[in-house]
Design a protein around this ligand. Structure first.
Ligand code: ZN
Ligand code: ZN
Length: 444
């Protein structure tokens, strides 16, 4: 019988409080169902804003678990609601999109899917960011919470969000009336799998957790001509090179050493041939920061440096560089400190001290942030769920093979401990936030 094959986490649960052990056992008992669902999502990824079939399946699962589901919120987004008496409203979020990556994990359930992006171009697709883990965890938690309506009171809202990878899906749902058509939540909770934490463990970051993400294009103009007669030209490649060099001083010389920020030039394109001086160079930057003031300093600094190099090269006013900051940008994620500490306490109860740790912020971005800042401040928290097979993690720590990162074609979450931890964490967090006082619970 399957029970005898249960993971170490079930055995560990024996030393945990009764409620934690009970939830662990219930999630383990549901694992076969969740594994099949996970493999389905994994094999059928769809790109951002194209998550039609994914959303249909997610909606079907949540309906089956007893939720009232609305589809088509912000494109392909779905909203599932369960009202269960007086109390707060808690929103749990999963994102649904895959990436244009050709899976190379060699797993028996590896994705062989291809699909269109929103412009209709076809790509191999993969859940290389683990959003299949997020959806399966959401469904698992939905099933547990529906089984335990005697233990909580209030309203649960579960959402399947499109297009996280474009940084546009959360805003699309909010602009489509997420908080007006349904209730504005008192708390929002999300999770993300981690490619650098062992499966079975959780980490959390109070306060700033993920960065502002700005994409900036700089079109450097020049006056083209023959490569052998540079004095008759204004070479945009030389000007753009000086811009790239000077941009390095923004973080190193203009910000306080205690501020955290990144300015990376990810693309530099110019020219066509050895002996032609081009008339344009195109730079593409990613710019990361946490607070609004630092963001503003970086963006204005980029514009100033770009212009200054063009002036220095003697270009006329009409040939100044054009600097464009993509809108909308992905704002930084601020985990409400009180809410974060509260659910970290819940996780310690559920998993024990050893499996829960505080982690520093990262410069990656997540549009989960939108749920906490638009249109008003709603306490929100996103936490990390380890996805790396524990032995592989230990080997990497010992100087063995490096671990594939999120978005890598080799990223392969260790399903059982990753999913059961994700489901237990989401369920335990929601039960705590929607918890009845112990005196009102069934069985007390
Ligand atoms: Zn991603
Ligand atoms: Zn992601």
């Amino acid at each position: 019988m399957i029970r005898t094959l249960l993971s170490a986490s079930a055995a560990l649960a024996l030393c945990l409080p009764a409620a934690a052990a009970d939830l662990n056992e219930a999630v383990e008992a549901d694992y076969e169902y969740l594994e099949a669902l996970y493999e389905h999502f994994h094999q059928n990824p769809e790109l951002s804003f194209q998550e039609t079939e994914t959303a249909k399946r997610l909606a079907k699962e949540l309906r089956k678990a007893g939720y009232d589901v609305t589809s088509g919120v912000g494109g392909t987004g779905i909203v599932a609601v369960m009202e269960n008496g007086e109390g707060p409203t808690v929103m749990l979020r999963a994102d649904m999109d895959g990436l244009p990556v050709e899976e190379q994990t060699g797993l028996p359930y590896a994705s062989e899917a291809r699909g269109p992006n929103r412009d209709g171009e076809m790509f191999p697709t993969m859940h290389a960011c683990g959003h299949d883990v997020h959806m399966t965890s959401l469904v698992g938690a939905a099933r547990q919470l529906a089984e335990r309506t005697d233990d909580w009171s209030g309203t649960l809202i579960l959402i399947g969000q499109p297009a996280e990878e474009l940084g546009l899906g959360a805003l699309a749902m909010i602009e489509d009336g997420l908080y007006e058509r349904f209730l504005t939540p008192d708390y929002v909770v999300g999770l993300h799998d981690s490619a650098s934490l062992p499966a079975g463990s959780i980490s959390y970051t109070p306060g700033w957790a993920l960065a502002n993400v700005d994409s900036v294009d700089i079109r450097v103009k020049g006056i083209g001509g023959h490569g052998a007669y540079p004095h008759t030209t204004k070479d945009p490649i030389v000007i753009a090179s000086q811009i790239v060099n000077n941009l390095q001083t923004l973080v190193s010389r203009e910000l306080s050493p205690l501020d955290r920020a990144v300015v990376t030039v990810g693309a530099f394109n110019a020219g066509s041939k050895h002996n032609i001086i081009s008339d344009e160079a195109h730079l593409q930057l990613t710019v990361r920061s946490f607070d609004d003031a630092t963001r503003e300093k970086l963006l204005s600094g980029i514009a100033r440096i770009a212009r200054a190099q063009a002036v220095s090269a003697g270009l006329p006013e009409e040939l100044m560089p054009v600097v464009e900051v993509e809108e909308p940008y992905t704002p930084s994620t601020f985990n409400d400190p009180d809410l974060t500490q509260r659910i970290a306490g819940v996780f310690r109860e559920q998993f024990g001290e050893d499996r829960v740790q505080e982690a520093p912020p990262v410069m990656g971005g997540e549009d989960f942030s939108q749920f906490g800042r638009t249109p008003e401040d709603v306490p929100a928290v996103i936490f990390w769920v380890g996805a790396v097979e524990p032995e592989r993690f230990a080997a990497a720590q010992d100087g063995g093979d490096a671990l594939p990162s999120l978005h890598s074609p080799f990223f392969a979450p260790d399903p059982r401990p990753t999913l059961t931890t994700g489901v237990e964490a989401m369920t335990a967090a929601a039960l705590d936030l929607l918890g009845k006082p112990a005196s009102q619970r069934a069985g007390d």
